[in-house]
Design a protein around this ligand. Structure first.
Ligand SMILES: C[S@@+](CC[C@H](N)C(=O)[O-])C[C@H]1O[C@@H](n2cnc3c(N)ncnc32)[C@H](O)[C@@H]1O
Length: 416
Protein backbone atom coordinates (compact mmCIF):
# COMPACT_ATOMS: atom_id res chain seq x y z
CA UNK A 1 0.00 0.00 0.00
CA UNK A 2 1.40 3.38 -0.98
CA UNK A 3 2.05 6.18 1.53
CA UNK A 4 -0.94 8.45 1.97
CA UNK A 5 -0.23 12.13 1.37
CA UNK A 6 -2.56 15.12 1.11
CA UNK A 7 -2.31 14.82 -2.69
CA UNK A 8 -3.05 11.08 -2.99
CA UNK A 9 -6.18 10.59 -5.07
CA UNK A 10 -8.57 8.21 -3.34
CA UNK A 11 -12.00 6.80 -4.02
CA UNK A 12 -14.17 4.37 -2.17
CA UNK A 13 -14.02 0.68 -3.18
CA UNK A 14 -16.75 -0.11 -5.66
CA UNK A 15 -18.40 -3.04 -3.89
CA UNK A 16 -19.11 -2.44 -0.24
CA UNK A 17 -21.93 -3.47 2.03
CA UNK A 18 -22.84 -0.60 4.33
CA UNK A 19 -25.21 -0.94 7.28
CA UNK A 20 -26.46 2.15 9.04
CA UNK A 21 -27.56 1.48 12.60
CA UNK A 22 -27.51 5.10 13.77
CA UNK A 23 -26.10 8.18 12.10
CA UNK A 24 -22.80 7.69 13.91
CA UNK A 25 -22.84 3.88 13.83
CA UNK A 26 -21.99 2.69 10.35
CA UNK A 27 -20.79 -0.87 9.74
CA UNK A 28 -18.91 -1.47 6.49
CA UNK A 29 -18.48 -5.06 5.28
CA UNK A 30 -15.45 -5.66 3.12
CA UNK A 31 -14.26 -9.15 2.18
CA UNK A 32 -15.83 -10.79 5.21
CA UNK A 33 -14.49 -8.18 7.65
CA UNK A 34 -16.46 -5.49 9.42
CA UNK A 35 -15.10 -1.97 9.72
CA UNK A 36 -16.67 0.61 12.05
CA UNK A 37 -15.58 4.08 10.93
CA UNK A 38 -17.42 6.10 13.59
CA UNK A 39 -19.06 9.50 13.22
CA UNK A 40 -17.30 10.54 10.01
CA UNK A 41 -17.98 7.27 8.19
CA UNK A 42 -21.00 8.26 6.12
CA UNK A 43 -19.65 11.68 5.12
CA UNK A 44 -16.36 10.10 3.98
CA UNK A 45 -18.06 7.35 1.97
CA UNK A 46 -20.18 10.00 0.33
CA UNK A 47 -17.28 12.37 -0.39
CA UNK A 48 -15.12 9.64 -1.96
CA UNK A 49 -17.82 8.34 -4.31
CA UNK A 50 -15.75 10.10 -6.96
CA UNK A 51 -11.93 10.20 -6.93
CA UNK A 52 -10.52 13.14 -4.94
CA UNK A 53 -7.49 13.98 -2.85
CA UNK A 54 -7.33 13.94 0.92
CA UNK A 55 -6.74 17.69 0.89
CA UNK A 56 -9.84 18.29 -1.28
CA UNK A 57 -11.92 16.13 0.98
CA UNK A 58 -10.89 17.87 4.15
CA UNK A 59 -11.54 21.23 2.47
CA UNK A 60 -15.07 20.19 1.42
CA UNK A 61 -15.95 18.85 4.88
CA UNK A 62 -14.34 21.68 6.84
CA UNK A 63 -17.72 23.38 7.38
CA UNK A 64 -18.89 20.40 9.40
CA UNK A 65 -15.73 20.05 11.50
CA UNK A 66 -16.26 21.25 15.07
CA UNK A 67 -12.66 21.76 16.23
CA UNK A 68 -9.10 20.45 16.17
CA UNK A 69 -9.99 17.14 17.78
CA UNK A 70 -12.77 16.59 15.26
CA UNK A 71 -10.42 17.42 12.38
CA UNK A 72 -7.94 14.88 13.68
CA UNK A 73 -10.73 12.34 13.95
CA UNK A 74 -11.73 12.96 10.31
CA UNK A 75 -8.12 12.61 9.14
CA UNK A 76 -7.51 9.42 11.12
CA UNK A 77 -10.80 7.87 9.93
CA UNK A 78 -9.78 8.45 6.30
CA UNK A 79 -6.41 6.80 6.99
CA UNK A 80 -8.10 3.88 8.76
CA UNK A 81 -10.50 3.34 5.83
CA UNK A 82 -7.56 3.47 3.42
CA UNK A 83 -5.71 0.88 5.53
CA UNK A 84 -8.78 -1.38 5.48
CA UNK A 85 -9.18 -1.15 1.70
CA UNK A 86 -12.51 0.74 1.95
CA UNK A 87 -10.81 3.71 0.26
CA UNK A 88 -8.39 2.90 -2.56
CA UNK A 89 -5.73 4.78 -4.44
CA UNK A 90 -7.42 5.82 -7.67
CA UNK A 91 -4.29 5.99 -9.79
CA UNK A 92 -4.11 4.75 -13.38
CA UNK A 93 -6.68 4.71 -16.12
CA UNK A 94 -8.90 2.14 -14.40
CA UNK A 95 -9.12 4.22 -11.25
CA UNK A 96 -11.08 1.54 -9.44
CA UNK A 97 -8.51 -1.02 -8.40
CA UNK A 98 -8.29 -1.71 -4.71
CA UNK A 99 -5.02 -0.96 -2.99
CA UNK A 100 -5.45 -3.98 -0.74
CA UNK A 101 -7.90 -6.83 -0.43
CA UNK A 102 -8.16 -8.77 -3.68
CA UNK A 103 -5.46 -6.57 -5.24
CA UNK A 104 -2.87 -7.84 -2.74
CA UNK A 105 -1.09 -11.17 -2.38
CA UNK A 106 -2.42 -12.24 1.01
CA UNK A 107 -5.93 -13.32 0.11
CA UNK A 108 -4.79 -15.07 -3.08
CA UNK A 109 -2.02 -16.89 -1.20
CA UNK A 110 -4.63 -18.17 1.26
CA UNK A 111 -6.88 -19.37 -1.56
CA UNK A 112 -4.02 -21.10 -3.41
CA UNK A 113 -2.82 -22.65 -0.16
CA UNK A 114 -6.29 -24.17 0.17
CA UNK A 115 -5.41 -27.25 -1.87
CA UNK A 116 -8.85 -28.82 -1.42
CA UNK A 117 -10.52 -25.74 -2.94
CA UNK A 118 -8.14 -25.13 -5.80
CA UNK A 119 -7.74 -28.82 -6.73
CA UNK A 120 -11.53 -29.28 -6.71
CA UNK A 121 -11.98 -26.37 -9.13
CA UNK A 122 -9.18 -27.69 -11.40
CA UNK A 123 -10.77 -31.16 -11.41
CA UNK A 124 -14.21 -29.74 -12.23
CA UNK A 125 -12.78 -27.64 -15.08
CA UNK A 126 -11.07 -30.73 -16.56
CA UNK A 127 -14.42 -32.53 -16.35
CA UNK A 128 -16.66 -29.81 -17.79
CA UNK A 129 -14.63 -27.79 -20.34
CA UNK A 130 -14.58 -29.40 -23.80
CA UNK A 131 -12.04 -28.78 -26.58
CA UNK A 132 -13.12 -25.76 -28.63
CA UNK A 133 -15.21 -24.17 -25.83
CA UNK A 134 -15.26 -20.46 -25.14
CA UNK A 135 -14.93 -19.92 -21.37
CA UNK A 136 -15.49 -16.90 -19.11
CA UNK A 137 -13.46 -16.93 -15.88
CA UNK A 138 -15.26 -14.34 -13.74
CA UNK A 139 -12.83 -12.94 -11.15
CA UNK A 140 -9.70 -14.66 -12.43
CA UNK A 141 -7.47 -13.46 -9.55
CA UNK A 142 -4.05 -15.04 -10.10
CA UNK A 143 -5.38 -16.70 -13.25
CA UNK A 144 -5.06 -20.37 -12.23
CA UNK A 145 -8.58 -21.36 -13.26
CA UNK A 146 -8.23 -19.64 -16.64
CA UNK A 147 -5.00 -21.58 -17.30
CA UNK A 148 -6.80 -24.83 -16.39
CA UNK A 149 -9.61 -23.98 -18.83
CA UNK A 150 -7.10 -23.32 -21.61
CA UNK A 151 -5.34 -26.61 -20.81
CA UNK A 152 -8.67 -28.43 -21.00
CA UNK A 153 -8.80 -27.29 -24.64
CA UNK A 154 -10.78 -24.03 -24.54
CA UNK A 155 -10.47 -22.15 -27.82
CA UNK A 156 -10.69 -18.83 -25.95
CA UNK A 157 -10.83 -17.87 -22.27
CA UNK A 158 -11.97 -14.40 -21.21
CA UNK A 159 -10.41 -13.85 -17.76
CA UNK A 160 -12.21 -10.92 -16.10
CA UNK A 161 -10.61 -9.24 -13.08
CA UNK A 162 -11.41 -5.97 -11.30
CA UNK A 163 -8.38 -5.70 -9.05
CA UNK A 164 -4.69 -5.12 -9.75
CA UNK A 165 -3.90 -8.85 -9.32
CA UNK A 166 -5.05 -9.25 -12.95
CA UNK A 167 -1.73 -7.85 -14.12
CA UNK A 168 0.04 -10.77 -12.44
CA UNK A 169 -2.45 -13.19 -13.98
CA UNK A 170 -1.31 -11.95 -17.40
CA UNK A 171 2.22 -13.10 -16.53
CA UNK A 172 0.88 -16.44 -15.29
CA UNK A 173 -0.84 -16.94 -18.67
CA UNK A 174 2.44 -16.21 -20.52
CA UNK A 175 4.51 -18.46 -18.22
CA UNK A 176 2.13 -21.34 -18.90
CA UNK A 177 2.13 -20.88 -22.67
CA UNK A 178 -1.58 -19.99 -22.92
CA UNK A 179 -1.33 -16.21 -23.45
CA UNK A 180 -2.47 -16.62 -27.06
CA UNK A 181 -5.78 -18.17 -25.92
CA UNK A 182 -6.49 -16.30 -22.67
CA UNK A 183 -7.62 -12.68 -22.86
CA UNK A 184 -7.38 -10.65 -19.66
CA UNK A 185 -10.36 -8.29 -19.39
CA UNK A 186 -9.65 -5.67 -16.71
CA UNK A 187 -12.65 -4.19 -14.90
CA UNK A 188 -15.83 -5.12 -13.05
CA UNK A 189 -17.70 -7.91 -14.79
CA UNK A 190 -20.92 -5.90 -14.69
CA UNK A 191 -19.29 -3.10 -16.69
CA UNK A 192 -17.24 -4.92 -19.31
CA UNK A 193 -18.44 -6.36 -22.60
CA UNK A 194 -17.08 -9.40 -24.45
CA UNK A 195 -16.80 -9.86 -28.23
CA UNK A 196 -18.52 -13.29 -28.28
CA UNK A 197 -20.74 -15.51 -26.13
CA UNK A 198 -19.27 -18.35 -24.08
CA UNK A 199 -20.11 -22.02 -23.47
CA UNK A 200 -18.85 -22.24 -19.88
CA UNK A 201 -18.80 -19.87 -16.90
CA UNK A 202 -16.10 -20.51 -14.30
CA UNK A 203 -16.30 -18.44 -11.15
CA UNK A 204 -15.13 -18.73 -7.58
CA UNK A 205 -17.07 -15.96 -5.86
CA UNK A 206 -18.18 -17.83 -2.76
CA UNK A 207 -17.77 -15.67 0.33
CA UNK A 208 -17.22 -16.58 3.95
CA UNK A 209 -20.90 -15.80 4.13
CA UNK A 210 -21.59 -17.95 1.08
CA UNK A 211 -23.95 -15.72 -0.89
CA UNK A 212 -22.80 -12.38 0.49
CA UNK A 213 -20.06 -11.74 -2.13
CA UNK A 214 -22.87 -11.17 -4.64
CA UNK A 215 -22.38 -14.54 -6.29
CA UNK A 216 -26.05 -14.62 -7.31
CA UNK A 217 -26.43 -11.22 -9.04
CA UNK A 218 -22.94 -11.43 -10.60
CA UNK A 219 -23.61 -14.92 -11.96
CA UNK A 220 -26.99 -13.78 -13.25
CA UNK A 221 -25.44 -10.81 -15.04
CA UNK A 222 -22.74 -13.02 -16.57
CA UNK A 223 -25.30 -15.61 -17.73
CA UNK A 224 -27.44 -12.96 -19.40
CA UNK A 225 -24.69 -10.95 -21.09
CA UNK A 226 -21.78 -13.38 -21.66
CA UNK A 227 -23.17 -16.90 -22.11
CA UNK A 228 -25.10 -18.91 -24.70
CA UNK A 229 -28.46 -20.20 -23.48
CA UNK A 230 -27.96 -23.71 -22.05
CA UNK A 231 -24.29 -23.10 -21.26
CA UNK A 232 -22.49 -24.89 -18.39
CA UNK A 233 -21.41 -23.38 -15.08
CA UNK A 234 -18.72 -24.16 -12.50
CA UNK A 235 -20.08 -24.18 -9.83
CA UNK A 236 -23.47 -25.46 -10.89
CA UNK A 237 -25.33 -25.33 -7.57
CA UNK A 238 -24.75 -23.93 -4.11
CA UNK A 239 -26.45 -25.13 -0.92
CA UNK A 240 -26.34 -23.10 2.29
CA UNK A 241 -26.86 -24.88 5.63
CA UNK A 242 -27.37 -23.87 9.25
CA UNK A 243 -26.18 -25.92 12.20
CA UNK A 244 -27.39 -25.02 15.73
CA UNK A 245 -24.39 -25.56 18.00
CA UNK A 246 -22.82 -24.97 21.38
CA UNK A 247 -20.09 -22.36 20.86
CA UNK A 248 -17.35 -23.01 23.43
CA UNK A 249 -17.12 -20.37 26.14
CA UNK A 250 -13.46 -19.55 25.20
CA UNK A 251 -14.55 -18.75 21.63
CA UNK A 252 -17.33 -16.42 22.82
CA UNK A 253 -14.95 -14.87 25.28
CA UNK A 254 -12.54 -13.91 22.48
CA UNK A 255 -15.19 -12.23 20.36
CA UNK A 256 -18.12 -10.90 22.40
CA UNK A 257 -19.07 -9.48 25.79
CA UNK A 258 -19.69 -12.93 27.24
CA UNK A 259 -21.00 -13.34 30.81
CA UNK A 260 -17.70 -14.94 31.91
CA UNK A 261 -15.48 -12.18 30.58
CA UNK A 262 -17.75 -9.38 31.82
CA UNK A 263 -17.61 -10.93 35.31
CA UNK A 264 -13.80 -11.12 35.16
CA UNK A 265 -13.40 -7.56 33.86
CA UNK A 266 -15.62 -6.24 36.66
CA UNK A 267 -13.46 -8.09 39.21
CA UNK A 268 -10.08 -7.26 37.68
CA UNK A 269 -10.71 -3.55 37.22
CA UNK A 270 -13.07 -2.89 40.13
CA UNK A 271 -15.85 -1.71 37.79
CA UNK A 272 -19.39 -2.82 37.14
CA UNK A 273 -19.25 -3.97 33.48
CA UNK A 274 -22.60 -5.80 33.52
CA UNK A 275 -24.17 -3.13 31.27
CA UNK A 276 -21.91 -4.34 28.43
CA UNK A 277 -23.27 -7.83 28.68
CA UNK A 278 -26.91 -6.69 28.83
CA UNK A 279 -26.60 -4.38 25.84
CA UNK A 280 -24.87 -6.94 23.67
CA UNK A 281 -26.86 -10.00 24.74
CA UNK A 282 -30.02 -8.42 23.39
CA UNK A 283 -29.34 -9.06 19.71
CA UNK A 284 -27.53 -11.63 17.60
CA UNK A 285 -23.88 -10.99 16.75
CA UNK A 286 -21.81 -12.72 14.14
CA UNK A 287 -18.40 -14.21 14.65
CA UNK A 288 -16.27 -16.11 12.16
CA UNK A 289 -14.55 -19.44 12.66
CA UNK A 290 -12.68 -21.95 10.47
CA UNK A 291 -15.09 -24.89 10.26
CA UNK A 292 -12.31 -27.44 10.79
CA UNK A 293 -11.71 -25.71 14.14
CA UNK A 294 -15.41 -26.10 15.00
CA UNK A 295 -15.36 -29.86 14.27
CA UNK A 296 -15.77 -30.73 17.95
CA UNK A 297 -18.44 -28.18 18.76
CA UNK A 298 -21.57 -30.09 19.79
CA UNK A 299 -24.26 -29.96 17.05
CA UNK A 300 -27.75 -29.95 18.55
CA UNK A 301 -29.81 -30.78 15.45
CA UNK A 302 -29.21 -32.27 12.00
CA UNK A 303 -27.97 -29.70 9.41
CA UNK A 304 -30.79 -27.49 8.12
CA UNK A 305 -30.93 -26.48 4.45
CA UNK A 306 -31.47 -22.70 4.34
CA UNK A 307 -31.25 -22.14 0.61
CA UNK A 308 -30.18 -23.57 -2.72
CA UNK A 309 -28.99 -21.55 -5.72
CA UNK A 310 -28.93 -22.98 -9.21
CA UNK A 311 -26.00 -21.05 -10.68
CA UNK A 312 -25.97 -23.07 -13.88
CA UNK A 313 -29.49 -21.93 -14.79
CA UNK A 314 -32.28 -24.40 -15.41
CA UNK A 315 -34.83 -25.67 -12.95
CA UNK A 316 -33.94 -26.26 -9.35
CA UNK A 317 -34.25 -29.82 -8.15
CA UNK A 318 -34.89 -30.64 -4.54
CA UNK A 319 -37.31 -29.72 -1.82
CA UNK A 320 -40.07 -27.21 -2.51
CA UNK A 321 -42.57 -27.47 0.40
CA UNK A 322 -41.98 -24.48 2.65
CA UNK A 323 -39.21 -23.06 0.40
CA UNK A 324 -39.72 -19.73 -1.33
CA UNK A 325 -38.37 -19.20 -4.80
CA UNK A 326 -36.75 -15.86 -5.61
CA UNK A 327 -35.13 -14.97 -8.89
CA UNK A 328 -32.00 -12.91 -8.19
CA UNK A 329 -31.50 -11.24 -11.57
CA UNK A 330 -32.43 -14.52 -13.28
CA UNK A 331 -30.62 -17.01 -11.02
CA UNK A 332 -33.06 -19.13 -8.99
CA UNK A 333 -32.65 -18.94 -5.24
CA UNK A 334 -34.82 -21.33 -3.27
CA UNK A 335 -34.87 -20.46 0.42
CA UNK A 336 -36.65 -20.93 3.69
CA UNK A 337 -37.70 -18.06 5.91
CA UNK A 338 -38.87 -20.12 8.90
CA UNK A 339 -38.27 -23.72 9.73
CA UNK A 340 -39.14 -26.08 12.58
CA UNK A 341 -36.19 -28.24 13.50
CA UNK A 342 -36.24 -31.11 16.02
CA UNK A 343 -33.52 -31.04 18.67
CA UNK A 344 -31.47 -34.25 18.53
CA UNK A 345 -28.89 -33.69 21.26
CA UNK A 346 -29.18 -32.02 24.64
CA UNK A 347 -26.96 -28.98 25.05
CA UNK A 348 -26.61 -25.20 25.29
CA UNK A 349 -27.88 -23.50 22.13
CA UNK A 350 -25.83 -20.32 21.87
CA UNK A 351 -24.86 -20.22 18.18
CA UNK A 352 -25.96 -21.07 14.66
CA UNK A 353 -23.12 -21.90 12.31
CA UNK A 354 -23.65 -21.37 8.58
CA UNK A 355 -21.71 -23.40 6.00
CA UNK A 356 -22.01 -24.31 2.33
CA UNK A 357 -21.79 -27.23 -0.02
CA UNK A 358 -21.16 -26.55 -3.66
CA UNK A 359 -21.61 -28.82 -6.69
CA UNK A 360 -18.74 -27.77 -8.94
CA UNK A 361 -19.36 -30.36 -11.66
CA UNK A 362 -21.27 -33.66 -11.91
CA UNK A 363 -18.44 -35.42 -10.04
CA UNK A 364 -16.91 -32.73 -7.84
CA UNK A 365 -18.50 -31.43 -4.63
CA UNK A 366 -16.86 -29.21 -2.02
CA UNK A 367 -18.08 -28.62 1.53
CA UNK A 368 -17.27 -26.39 4.49
CA UNK A 369 -19.36 -28.47 6.92
CA UNK A 370 -17.38 -28.68 10.18
CA UNK A 371 -17.23 -32.48 9.96
CA UNK A 372 -16.01 -32.57 6.36
CA UNK A 373 -14.08 -29.33 5.68
CA UNK A 374 -10.53 -30.07 4.55
CA UNK A 375 -7.61 -29.23 6.82
CA UNK A 376 -6.42 -26.71 4.20
CA UNK A 377 -9.84 -25.00 3.93
CA UNK A 378 -9.51 -21.18 4.00
CA UNK A 379 -13.20 -20.21 4.22
CA UNK A 380 -14.48 -19.17 7.62
CA UNK A 381 -18.08 -19.85 8.61
CA UNK A 382 -20.27 -17.17 10.11
CA UNK A 383 -21.70 -18.10 13.51
CA UNK A 384 -24.74 -16.11 14.68
CA UNK A 385 -24.89 -15.89 18.46
CA UNK A 386 -28.25 -16.59 20.07
CA UNK A 387 -29.65 -13.96 22.44
CA UNK A 388 -30.94 -15.56 25.64
CA UNK A 389 -29.02 -18.75 24.91
CA UNK A 390 -30.47 -21.75 26.76
CA UNK A 391 -30.26 -25.49 27.18
CA UNK A 392 -32.35 -27.45 24.64
CA UNK A 393 -33.48 -31.10 24.81
CA UNK A 394 -34.49 -33.88 22.41
CA UNK A 395 -38.26 -33.74 21.91
CA UNK A 396 -38.16 -29.93 21.59
CA UNK A 397 -38.58 -28.15 18.27
CA UNK A 398 -36.59 -25.04 17.36
CA UNK A 399 -38.02 -22.31 15.17
CA UNK A 400 -35.18 -21.04 12.96
CA UNK A 401 -35.45 -17.85 10.95
CA UNK A 402 -33.46 -16.87 7.88
CA UNK A 403 -33.57 -14.10 5.27
CA UNK A 404 -31.66 -13.46 2.09
CA UNK A 405 -33.44 -12.12 -0.94
CA UNK A 406 -30.65 -10.73 -3.06
CA UNK A 407 -28.07 -8.27 -1.93
CA UNK A 408 -28.60 -7.74 1.79
CA UNK A 409 -26.52 -9.55 4.40
CA UNK A 410 -28.09 -12.97 5.08
CA UNK A 411 -29.28 -13.38 8.68
CA UNK A 412 -30.05 -16.50 10.63
CA UNK A 413 -31.62 -16.73 14.07
CA UNK A 414 -33.82 -18.68 16.43
CA UNK A 415 -37.21 -17.65 17.83
CA UNK A 416 -37.94 -18.71 21.39
C1 LIG B 1 -12.40 -15.43 -4.53
S1 LIG B 1 -11.32 -14.71 -5.68
C2 LIG B 1 -11.01 -16.04 -6.81
C3 LIG B 1 -9.75 -15.87 -7.62
C4 LIG B 1 -9.40 -17.01 -8.56
N1 LIG B 1 -10.46 -17.24 -9.52
C5 LIG B 1 -9.11 -18.27 -7.80
O1 LIG B 1 -10.00 -19.14 -7.79
O2 LIG B 1 -8.03 -18.39 -7.21
C6 LIG B 1 -12.39 -13.67 -6.56
C7 LIG B 1 -11.73 -12.70 -7.50
O3 LIG B 1 -12.75 -12.06 -8.23
C8 LIG B 1 -12.48 -10.66 -8.33
N2 LIG B 1 -13.80 -10.01 -8.47
C9 LIG B 1 -14.78 -9.93 -7.55
N3 LIG B 1 -15.88 -9.37 -8.08
C10 LIG B 1 -15.58 -9.12 -9.38
C11 LIG B 1 -16.31 -8.57 -10.46
N4 LIG B 1 -17.59 -8.21 -10.32
N5 LIG B 1 -15.69 -8.43 -11.64
C12 LIG B 1 -14.41 -8.82 -11.80
N6 LIG B 1 -13.66 -9.36 -10.82
C13 LIG B 1 -14.25 -9.52 -9.63
C14 LIG B 1 -11.73 -10.32 -7.07
O4 LIG B 1 -10.93 -9.17 -7.25
C15 LIG B 1 -10.91 -11.61 -6.87
O5 LIG B 1 -9.66 -11.52 -7.50
Amino acid sequence: MGKLTARTILRRALELDVRLRAVDDVAIEIEGRQVHPGVWGLAILNAFAEPRSLADDIRSLRGAVTGDQDLENLDSTIRKLYGEGVLCAAGGAKGALRARGFGGAKIHARMLDDRARTSAFLKAIAEVVQPGDVVVDLGTGTGVLAVAAARAGARRVYAIEASGIGRLAREVFAANGVADRVTLVEGWSTRVTLPERADVLVSEMIGNEPVAEDILPLTADARIRFLHPGSRSIPDALDVYALPVTVPAEELRRTTFSPGSVRDWSRWYGLDCSALEKAFAAEPRSLFVLPQEARNWPALTAPVLLGRARLGGGAITGPIGEFRSTSVGGVDWLWRERMSVPVETRGLLNGILVYFEVQLSPRVRLSTAPDSAAGTNHWTCVVWTVPDAREVHPGETLELTHAYTGRSRPRVGVRW
